[in-house]
Structure formats: structure tokens, C-alpha cells
Design a protein around this ligand. Structure first.
Ligand code: F6P
Length: 463
């Protein structure tokens, strides 16, 4: 049987509390346990030196292989090129993008190192599946070392419009590296269209009628695979959550009030400042809502060494403080702003209790919180979802209340509409969204990608 080799920056090593056991980790683990294989990546640890050897943990049919990174490699590869160059540019934030050759060299160096470390673990029959923007050059590096196995790549973030990508000095190398894979998966048609544009207009390649792309001397398949959530386990967790102490405490605290919830990694792409602004505008324009509604924003900090993340953290603290300072009363606080993370089971209960879910990123590959919010609702009385049209999820969840997150007045109005939505309309919209969430669950996503990889035309041309 063919083994599966998964490569990602972070590895969900069993019992490693640093990695959240989310739906993606569960889905990949399931595929790995079925076929047997390897999950390879960064250990999440910074060591005095990038490790010469791998840490190997065997569990059932799976080997978890991780490498520690030196402070310099971590700074240049992860904090640097991945999160100060590719991340902002892929999220349309040229203004926040740092172009720095030293970081770029560090990014290539860590990708080369990963290829070297992975090589001895590979077997002839393996299927290799690489994830996300940290590891775009990895496939090409493996090909250079003679790897002939099928290699797929899935981009979890948006792929930017060509005119944005062209601002990146190394755009050609990045796209050429993508073309070294046999299958490249994107979240939405928008992302695929942007990739096609680059291929035809900038790279002089061809998009063939059957989903194949020919560019940089190779033929690959480029397709859309919208990522989903683990629907049934989430629904079970949501039903069970009402017995949790956290759920009871939430109900005691917000009883009689309408709760709006947002849950996001603390990231400038998530539109948190604009969301708080809109909430402030709502309280300002519609004073009748004061005391009746509360907004709970959960935003666990991430990438805290990156200056742009420190900046957005300060801005959000100021904004939340400003709104509370302006509107709070001695027995009512409008915004509950938390920089902590919660277990999935706890969050499932928080979602189910909240009458409105607000997911308003300025740009997002998919945004699984939108799908999780919908999946955890009580079918008899589901909440309403306010969703940014710039989240990949909006392509499927068009029965949500779609908003433009840059339009603060429009968002405030839509929040009011969500609060007031009659239960019959909430149910109708929820059923529409649930049908789509079921049709593109995390299992469907994984199986479709792996099927495409196994069926991909085998290109023997050099990368
Ligand atoms: O959205 C891209 C992504 O890689 C997600 O897949 C993941 O949840 C998140 O970013 C994690 O970011 P980090 O590893 O930097 O904390």
C-alpha cells in the first residue's frame, strides 16, 4: 500500500500541547494512520543550533519526524520571509510587506534543509503532500535531489492577484517552485484564477482545458479544494458542551443578553480593528442596543515576535478600551476582549450559545471559524453568521449575511440585522449553509486532494 508523507511547518505530534488538535490535524492523522506514513516538519522549538538530526516518534503506522530550528533560521524563515513577506503579500497587504534578501535566503536555506532531512525517510511508492506558504520551494528541492514520487501542494492562504504578486521581488521563483509539484490546490476559484493569470500573462505558460497547467517546462494539475471542518465531531462537541462548566458560566454571565462572538488568531488580516469599530458604531447609532448586547472577541496572540503583530495587538487593546470606556455602565461591559485560547469543546459551546457569529477578515484563505460557528448551532434555533465577502468561506456560505469589512457603517447595520433576524430566516439560512459545509467536510477535502494527486499526470520533465 502507498504511504502518505505529509510535510508542514507545524506538526501535530501526539501529546504535544503546543499544537492545537484541530480538524486539520485529525484529518491528516486519520489518512496517515490508514495508509501509514510520515509527518515531517518543524518541532516548534528553537534550539541553539538547527538540529543535525531529526526527532522521531513512532505511533502506530506513523512516524512523526521533526527538526529544531536555530534562532537565526527561525527569525529569517518563519518570522522573516514566511510571516513578514509572503503572509502579508498573500493577504493583499503590500503596505506591511518587508522585502529583505537575508530573510529570503533563510527561507530557501530552511526549505533546502527540510528536503535534505526528509530525503532518507522517503520510499519509492510514497505520495508526498506539502502544506502552505512556508514550504513552497520544498517540492523543487526534492526534485533536485532526484525525487520522482508524486508531490502535491496545498495553499491554505489566498493566492494574490497577479498585480499584487508582481510586487514580490522573487515572484518568479515562487511560482516556478509551485510548478515543480504535480498537483497544486487552492481554496477558491479566485485563487486559482489569480494563479492562471500569472501562468498565462507573466510566465508565458498555458492553461489547458482539463485543469492542467503547462509552465516552466512542466505539466501539473491546479485545482480548487475548499477546506472544511469535521462536521459530526463538532456537532457532538456542541451538543455535549451545554454540560460543561464553561458553558454554564457563560450563560450565567450573559443571561438575558444577546451575545455576539468572534474567534480569530490575533492577526491584522482578520479585520479585528474594523470589527470593533463597527460594534462601536452600532452602539453609537442604535442606543437601544446598549445593555442588550455584548460582543466577546477571543483573539489568542500569534507570531508575537513579528513587529506588525505587536502593533495590531496594541491597537486592539486601545480600541477595545476606548469602546468600553465610552459605553460601559457599572453593570454592563460591551466588549469582552480576551487574548487567550480555549479548547475546541469549550469553543463549541461558546459558538452554540452566541446568537451572532462575526467573521469579518479583510482577506482569508478559507476561515474555518465561519464553518465551525455554523456547524455547532442548535438546529432548532441557530444563530446568524455575519461573514466577510473576502473570506474564502463566503464562496460557499453565501447564505450568511455577507459584509464588506472596510464598510464600517454597513457592518454596523448588518450586525443589527443579524441580532434582529427572525428564527425562521435563521433556520433557512442555516440549512443552506449546513448542506454546503457537509458537502465539503474536511474528509471530502482530504480525499479529493489525495485522489487528484494519485491520478495526476506523471511528469518526468525536470523541475
Ligand atoms: O492560515 C494559515 C495557517 O498556516 C493555518 O493553517 C494555521 O492555523 C495558522 O496559519 C497557524 O499559524 P502559525 O503556525 O504561524 O501559528
Amino acid at each position: 500500500m502507498k504511504r502518505l508523507v505529509v510535510v508542514s511547518n507545524r506538526v501535530a505530534v501526539p501529546d504535544d500541547s503546543k499544537v492545537r488538535a484541530g480538524g486539520l490535524a485529525v484529518a491528516l492523522e486519520e489518512a496517515l494512520q490508514q495508509a501509514g506514513g510520515v509527518w515531517f516538519g518543524w518541532s516548534g522549538r528553537i534550539a541553539p543550533q538547527t538540529a543535525d538530526s531529526l526527532a522521531l516518534i513512532e505511533q502506530g503506522q506513523v512516524t512523526y519526524a521533526t527538526v529544531n530550528l536555530s534562532r537565526r533560521d527561525h527569525a529569517e524563515y518563519y518570522n522573516g520571509f514566511a510571516n513578514r513577506t509572503l503572509w502579508p503579500i498573500f493577504h493583499y497587504r503590500i503596505d506591511l510587506t518587508d522585502f529583505n534578501r537575508q530573510n529570503y535566503a533563510g527561507y530557501l536555506r530552511v526549505n533546502t534543509l527540510f528536503a535534505e532531512k526528509l530525503l532518507p525517510l522517503l520510499r519509492d511508492e510514497d505520495d508526498i503532500w506539502v502544506h502552505d506558504y512556508h514550504l513552497i520551494p520544498l517540492g523543487e528541492e526534492l526534485r533536485r535531489r532526484g525525487v520522482r514520487q508524486r508531490i502535491g501542494f496545498f495553499l491554505h492562504t489566498p493566492f494574490p492577484a497577479m498585480e499584487i504578486l508582481l510586487v514580490l521581488p522573487s515572484h518568479e521563483r515562487i511560482v516556478r517552485s509551485l510548478c515543480a509539484y504535480d498537483v497544486v490546490g487552492f481554496q477558491t476559484r479566485n485563487d486559482l484564477r489569480a494563479f492562471h493569470d500569472y501562468i498565462t500573462v507573466e510566465a508565458g505558460g498555458e492553461v489547458l482545458s482539463n485543469g492542467l497547467v503547462h509552465a516552466f517546462g512542466r505539466t501539473l494539475r491546479a485545482e480548487v479544494f475548499p477546506i472544511g471542518v469535521d462536521v459530526e465531531p463538532l456537532q457532538r462537541a456542541a451538543r455535549a458542551s451545554v454540560r460543561l462548566q464553561t458553558y454554564r458560566r457563560l450563560r450565567e454571565n450573559f443571561g438575558g443578553k444577546c451575545l455576539m462572538i468572534g474567534v480569530d488568531r490575533l492577526d491584522y488580516s482578520k479585520g479585528l480593528r474594523e470589527r470593533m469599530h463597527a460594534f462601536g458604531r452600532l452602539l453609537d447609532r442604535y442606543p437601544g442596543y446598549r445593555r442588550r448586547i455584548c460582543f466577546m472577541q477571543i483573539a489568542p496572540p500569534s507570531r508575537s515576535d513579528v513587529p506588525e503583530y505587536l502593533q495590531i495587538r496594541r491597537e486592539l487593546e486601545t480600541e477595545a478600551g476606548h469602546i468600553n470606556g465610552t459605553f460601559a455602565e457599572f453593570d454592563w461591559i460591551p466588549i469582552h476582549y480576551l487574548n487567550s485560547s480555549f479548547q475546541r469543546a469549550t469553543l463549541a459551546g461558546f459558538y452554540r450559545y452566541s446568537k451572532v457569529g462575526v467573521v469579518t477578515p479583510l482577506r482569508d484563505g478559507m476561515n474555518l471559524v465561519a464553518k465551525e460557528y455554523v456547524a455547532t448551532q442548535d438546529p432548532a434555533e441557530p444563530g446568524a453568521l455575519v461573514l466577510s465577502r473576502f473570506a474564502g468561506a463566503a464562496r460557499e456560505l453565501d447564505a450568511a449575511l455577507l459584509v464588506n469589512p472596510y464598510d464600517i457603517d454597513g457592518m454596523a447595520e448588518t450586525m443589527a440585522r443579524a441580532i434582529e433576524m427572525p428564527v425562521a430566516e435563521r433556520k433557512e439560512r442555516w440549512e443552506d449553509m449546513m448542506a454546503k459545509i457537509r458537502a465539503s467536510s474536511i474528509d471530502v477535502w482530504r480525499e479529493n486532494f489525495l485522489h487528484a494527486l494519485r491520478e495526476a499526470p506523471f511528469s518526468t520533465e525536470a523541475a
